[in-house]
Each structure stands twice: as structure tokens, then as C-alpha cells.
Ligand binder design. Structure first.
Ligand code: F6P
Length: 354
């Protein structure tokens, strides 16, 4: 029999469509299955610095939030109670306020916490767990680059949004006989670029996992022209590794713009660039993401009931499981350049610039 009466829930790191679906599922399951009280902690673990800002989440509070993007709790990708930045006597100081955060959680009557977040948030959750906090994790990132889980919610929505945008770019590119570059998110991995690129019928896909040259891209454009295709769509993941000649001129701005300029210079053709940016993080989650987020939310509550602290829920072989957060943090899931998805793309003539 669990001694849990009240749980806290917080969302940390960049938002992702489906966060509200996790919150809703966790509140419903905690209340209906276990009769626990749930406290919503605002803005990640930062919320525990000012406990008075936390508030109870009732069934009424989560009613209607399933289709909403963002997070009703707010989030931050800066806060870390182990190295909290503050200004004292006009100087910036970094302090470890984790004891305060743990004490404030106890003051609120919180017996255990669900931390929904990406790798950075899970690392903080692990450190708090090691200091005695009862905590479970729910993985989140639109980039889908956490190795412990086959999928993270938000990714499907981001791919859908990016695909719709590529579809729209397609018609104008074809009409104007232009090269169109579309920059998508993916800080370290090329999953969004690869899947949205395939789904949107891109001709060139550039991802961090596959080195490329601008010359190869331009040769491919010429090759397409050889069989009458006078337009080319280039999907670029924001995290691509630039070849040395581009690294030299990069000013740290949009890589899509940089690639567009370089292609235009070498090919002497008209190029237009669209940077999709945070559009991919917004909007209503797809049904797939809503279901995955709901499964994660329920599994996190069950994990607390079973005393599975220090663990994170995940999806493996299409089933919801739990892994030790310690074994999950810092392990990135990159696209396999020899994997089936890349081979499929190559088989239909998609160029990776290599
Ligand atoms: O990790 C998710 C992500 O959306 C990345 O794809 C992107 O590089 C980053 O977050 C953007 O973060 P921010 O919201 O701080 O600009």
C-alpha cells in the first residue's frame, strides 16, 4: 500500500505539443484511480523556489486542455536549482538552492513529483532523486532524440506541421522554378528533417548525422534539371554540421539562410529560404501525440504508486515501460546514416548532399 497522498507535477525545458495531455492524464489518473491530490508547479523546478505560486490541479482545471498546445503550467529551459543564477549586490552569483526546493516541496505536502521534460530536466530530476526526492520522469522533446524511448510526444505533431509547410513550399517552388530551402528544428538529430522531408517529398535532406557539401547539392540540382525538374526542395535540420568552407563564414545565424546563400552562389540560381522555427513546437497535438502523452501520464502515476522513483516512463517496442533515469540521461538517439529510413529515402532518389 502506497503512502502517497499528494503529488506535484511540473514541465521543464522547451514546450512540446502533448504536455497538457500528460498533465490531464496524470491529474485524472491520480484522482480517479488513487484519490491523490495533485499540485501544479509553475515553470519547471523554478516553481518550487516560490511555493506560494503552486496550486492544486483539480479535474476542472484539466478539463478541455487535451487539444491545447503548450503547457498550462508554464516552463523554462533555464532554471536549474543546482546552479541557480541570481543577482546579489549587483553581481551575478550562482547558488545551489536544491535543499530549498526540496524543503518547499515538503512544505506544500508533496510526497512525489512527476517531472515532464527533456534531457536537461531529467538530469535535474536525477540529481534531486539522489538527494532523496521521490521523483519520476516523463520524457519530452519534439526532436525525438532521447535514446531511452522510441518516441517522444510532440514529434509527430512537429513532423506534421513541417510536412504541411513543405507541401505549401512545393507549389510555389514549382511555379517559380526555384530552389527552396526549408529549415526545420532538430538541434542535435535529424529526425524531423528526415521524416518531414520524406513525407513532404523533399529532394535534398541535410541532417547532422550525414556530412554534405554544397557542390554535391548543386550537382544534384543540375541532375534534376537534366530530366526536366526545374525546382528543388532542400530540407535542412538546424543542427547540421557545416563543411569547413561554410563554417568560416557562419555568423551563428540561421543555417538555412547560410545554405541558401551558398547554393545560390555556387549554382547561380534563385533560392528562397523559409525558417519554420517555433511554429513546429506550437499548435494542437496530433491524435498520436495525445494518445502517447496520455499513456505516459498514466504510467508516471502508476510508477509513483509502485514506488518506482528515479525512473522515467518510455516507449519500447510499442509498449510503455520504465527505465532508470540514470541510464537514460545524456544518451542521444541519432539517425543511423545506414538505417532503413535513410536507405528508403536514398532508394527514391533523395539526396543527402554526401
Ligand atoms: O529541443 C527542442 C528544440 O525545439 C530544438 O529543436 C531547438 O533547437 C530548441 O528546442 C529551441 O529552443 P528555444 O525555445 O530555447 O529557442
Amino acid at each position: 500500500m502506497s503512502d502517497i497522498r499528494c503529488i506535484g507535477i511540473c514541465t521543464g525545458g522547451g514546450d512540446a505539443p502533448g504536455l497538457n495531455a500528460v498533465i490531464r492524464a496524470a491529474v485524472k489518473c491520480a484522482f480517479l484511480k488513487y484519490q491523490w491530490k495533485v499540485i501544479g508547479i509553475p515553470d519547471g523546478f523554478d516553481g518550487l523556489i516560490w511555493p506560494e505560486r503552486s496550486r492544486e490541479l483539480t479535474l476542472k482545471d484539466v478539463s478541455g486542455i487535451l487539444p491545447r498546445g503548450g503547457t498550462i503550467l508554464g516552463t523554462t529551459n533555464r532554471g536549474n536549482p543546482f546552479c541557480y543564477k541570481t543577482v546579489e549586490n549587483g553581481h551575478e552569483v550562482i547558488r545551489d538552492i536544491s535543499d530549498e526546493v526540496i524543503a518547499n516541496a515538503a512544505k506544500l505536502g508533496i510526497d512525489a513529483i512527476i517531472s515532464i521534460g527533456g534531457d536537461g530536466s531529467q538530469k535535474i530530476a536525477l540529481d534531486l532523486f539522489r538527494k532523496g526526492m521521490k521523483i519520476v520522469g516523463v520524457p519530452k522533446t519534439i526532436d525525438n532524440d532521447l535514446s531511452a524511448t522510441e518516441l517522444t510526444f510532440g514529434f509527430d505533431t512537429a513532423v506534421q506541421t513541417a510536412t504541411e509547410c513543405i507541401d505549401k513550399i512545393h507549389t510555389t517552388a514549382e511555379s517559380h522554378h526555384r530552389i527552396m530551402v526549408v529549415e526545420v528544428m532538430g538541434r542535435d538529430a535529424g529526425w524531423i528533417a528526415l521524416e518531414a522531408g520524406i513525407a513532404g517529398g523533399a529532394h535534398v535532406i541535410l541532417i547532422p548525422e550525414i556530412p554534405f557539401t554544397v557542390e554535391n547539392i548543386c550537382n544534384y540540382v543540375t541532375h534534376r534539371e537534366g530530366y526536366g525538374k526545374r525546382f528543388t526542395i532542400v530540407v535542412v535540420a538546424e543542427g547540421i554540421k557545416l563543411p569547413p568552407e561554410l563554417k568560416q563564414i557562419s555568423r551563428g545565424g540561421s543555417v538555412g539562410m547560410l545554405i541558401g546563400d551558398a547554393i545560390s552562389l555556387v549554382s547561380r540560381k534563385e533560392v528562397r529560404v523559409s525558417v519554420l522555427g517555433h511554429i513546429q513546437r506550437g499548435g494542437s497535438p496530433t491524435p498520436f501525440d495525445r494518445v502517447l502523452a496520455t499513456r505516459f501520464g498514466v504510467a508516471a502515476v502508476d510508477l509513483i504508486a509502485q514506488g518506482g522513483f528515479g525512473k522515467m516512463v518510455c516507449l519500447q517496442q510499442e509498449r510503455i515501460k520504465a527505465v532508470d533515469i540514470a541510464d537514460a540521461v545524456g544518451l542521444m538517439k541519432a539517425v543511423d546514416p545506414q538505417g532503413e529510413l535513410v536507405r528508403t529515402a536514398r532508394a527514391i532518389g533523395i539526396c543527402f548532399g554526401d
